[in-house]
Design a protein around this ligand. Structure first.
Ligand SMILES: CCCCC/C=C/CC(=O)SCCNC(=O)CCNC(=O)[C@H](O)C(C)(C)COP(=O)(O)OP(=O)(O)OC[C@H]1O[C@@H](n2cnc3c(N)ncnc32)[C@H](O)[C@@H]1OP(=O)(O)O
Length: 364
């Protein structure tokens, strides 16, 4: 239908180049590399300079990114650059809740940003350079943020991420900071923290929405079964590679996933680490709705703003009726999963998998 799509003009491109400098959030190295490559392709055409030497890591990485664009035309590269910048600007602007609630205790580190506006409290994972991997401090900060959000004026609470990932799961370096009591003590305190963290999601009294802005891994996927609504960009994927990591499911997923998607689909994810696309996750009931990446932020936040005007007490009470009869079961599941993981974290399988990731031998 319709004629050929109009490509971005030189003026649009120049505007996008200026806009990049005004981004409020660092988009992370991967996105910066993509912007660099598209800029070179748009202004100079296909990569035409010699490959830097092996030891010139930075220039070689940039060269690889530019070269990977092959024979993409200047016009298409210009369009892709403009689209990418517009997505980045939308994601750094659209939630726009700049002013935090006056009585809110801000998180200990800037890896988590909590804001409240238009009846929505937004908890944003903010470590884009590490794909929003969750540090021990972030688990504590999320617990505090959820506790505050459960009592604040907002009608809805949202969890989302900055940059190109939603969250890459537990920060694997958490396991490298051994306390005086050694591995056993580390596993004991991590299991206690995990249990407290998941309990906060089980008990959260208001509508809880995940705005999944990119790929999601590990615990950021499993706790989705405890959210009321999950909106995802079509760029998102959902990956629970527990066996690969010598670990076992958490976030109550051993109970919620079979219930949501049936036992064999759940087993494919939780035992074999099958990665789902956003569309697959939606078809299996883990995701509520998938949006095109280009309009994701705009559509989702417009919808949430409308929902946040609904009577808050009615929403709370409806959530209670839907969830309450499950709570006891979920707490029991959480306790069991945390205790099994306490053992797993001390296993050779788990130690070897983490060592492999840290020594750069393994990636998902
Ligand atoms: C209280 C404890 C509770 C524990 C609860 C348990 C939960 C279980 C889980 O969550 S299991 C899931 C654990 N997550 C992973 O195994 C993911 C590991 N990461 C990767 O495989 C990849 O990084 C990737 C696929 C997510 C992204 O790959 P890509 O090539 O796109 O990007 P990089 O690998 O270059 O990543 C950029 C930098 O980010 C660091 N990083 C990413 N994820 C993690 C992570 N989970 N833990 C620690 N660090 C992570 C990565 O190392 C790069 O860092 P660098 O720039 O310094 O090299």
């Amino acid at each position: 239908v319709g004629g050929p799509a109009m490509l971005a003009s030189q003026k649009d491109f120049n505007n996008a180049v200026s806009q990049v400098k005004l981004l409020k959030e660092d988009p992370g190295n991967e996105v910066k590399l993509k912007l660099y490559a598209l800029y070179k392709q748009a202004t100079e055409g296909p990569c035409n300079v010699p490959k830097p030497g092996m030891l010139d890591f930075i220039n070689k990485t940039k060269w690889d990114a530019w070269n990977a664009l092959g024979s993409l035309s200047k016009e298409a590269a210009r369009q892709n650059y403009v689209d990418l910048v517009s997505r980045l600007s939308a994601s750094s602007e659209s939630p726009s809740p700049e002013a935090p609630a006056a009585d809110r205790k801000q998180p200990e580190s800037d890896s988590l940003v909590v804001t409240s506006e238009d009846g929505i409290t937004t908890i944003r994972l903010n470590r884009p350079a590490k794909k929003n991997a969750l540090t021990t401090q972030m688990y504590h900060d999320i617990i505090a943020a959820l506790q505050a959000a459960s009592k604040d004026e907002s009608a809805i609470t949202v969890l989302t991420g900055s940059g190109d990932y939603y969250c890459s799961g537990n920060d694997l370096t958490n396991f490298t900071h051994l306390p005086a009591g050694g591995l056993e003590e580390m596993a004991r305190s991590a299991a206690a923290l995990l249990r407290d963290f998941v309990n906060c999601f089980i008990d959260f009294p208001k509508p809880l929405v995940a705005v999944v802005n990119g790929p999601a891994v590990g615990i950021s996927v499993t706790i989705l079964g405890l959210f009321d609504v999950v909106y995802a960009t079509d760029r998102a994927s959902f990956h629970t590679p527990f066996s690969h990591l010598g670990q076992s499911p958490e976030g109550c997923s051993s109970y919620t996933f079979p219930k949501i998607m049936g036992s064999s689909k759940a087993a494919e994810m939780l035992l074999f680490g099958k990665k789902l696309t956003a569309q697959e996750a939606c078809a299996q009931g883990l995701v509520t709705e998938v949006f095109p990446d280009g309009t994701f932020q705009k559509e989702v936040w417009a919808r949430l703003k409308a929902y946040s005007k609904l009577p808050p007490n009615a929403m709370r009470i409806s959530k209670q009726i839907i969830r309450n009869r499950e709570k006891e079961k979920l707490h029991a599941v959480n306790a069991e999963e945390s205790s099994v993981l306490r053992e797993r974290w001390q296993s050779d399988e788990c130690m070897n998998a983490i060592a492999s990731f840290l020594s750069r031998k393994a990636k998902l």
